[in-house]
Design a protein around this ligand. Sequence first.
Ligand code: TXA
Ligand code: MG
Length: 331
Amino acid sequence: MAEIGVDISKAIRFLNNNQVVGIPTETVYGLAGNALNSTSITQIFEVKNRPTFDPLICHTHQISEIEKYVTRLPTMAYDLFEKFSPGPITILLPRKNIIPDLVTSGLSNVAFRIPKHYLTLELLRNLDFPLAAPSANPFGYISPTTALHVQAQLGSKIPYILQGGDCNIGVESTIIGFYEENKPYILRLGGLKTEEIEKVTGKILVQNSSSKPSAPGMLESHYAPEKKMYFIKRNDIEIQNNTIHLKNFDVFDINEVGFLGFDEYLEKIPKENQIILAENGNIQLAAQRLFGAMRELDKKNIKIIITFGVPTYQIGLAINDRLQRASTYLQ
Ligand code: TXA
Ligand code: MG
């Protein structure tokens, strides 16, 4: 199993030695390696069992570092980084050749972000390379928001996890790209609200569709538990006696069903098989608890998980995006 601790010099030694390490960020934990070194990058893909066509995000501690690795930083990208970094925003930028093909899966753009976590920022300040870091979960599974989530699945394959506590945003960064005319778009909804981004960009297009193969992480069945998940509407279920009927789908015994709710329990389903994300209705709290709750439900003695999603404002949009991708069945 991996050692878990707060020893930055130890993490530095592993990283300088081209090994990979679990790191905390404000969004989710990352699986980090030297972004300029192919051995490290190869290990990241191997440990995650991730296909090499799915490129990695690079992390640095300041804008002037990013400028070393890209051929151009559009003014709007600079303004976005300046206003929201460190923070949950990632921007796609034209890369210099010093960034290996493996990092970008051969694409001409590289993704950069400045994570907001004191330990990881301190780590980055002490390295002379950026860190490539995808979320520290096996490919396709739920992202980790605690060091123990990383340990549970990747612990046997990595030497060290920096313990940074629970991630306080809880969903991945918002990814922004630019069309050729420098027009920005949102590639992945995430921790930074669209309303905030629009203060800098004006009305922005959300191109957050799973039909775009250029946007991996947007693949079907991502962020998914092992149990089958159903994202359905309240009106499309009927509970009678001991059974629950999912319209257009199947009938299940109520004891076989887990429920992931926003602020209310579902009547008749055993309470121990339900997790409510935010009884007080706080959408930010719901995001923080989302992936942990999915992991907990995945461990219960149930067959399926149903959810109605969360309200569709602010970070709720990113939560519903993850729930949809995690679901085998959508209505
Ligand atoms: O919050 C986050 O962004 C976390 C933490 C660890 O920083 N990282 C993260 O990485 O979510 P990952 O690999 O799980 O998701 C990154 C997404 C992938 O869907 C990838 O396809 C996309 O970013 N991406 C990375 N580089 C890209 C590029 N050059 N062009 C298009 N998409 C890119
Ligand atoms: Mg991921």
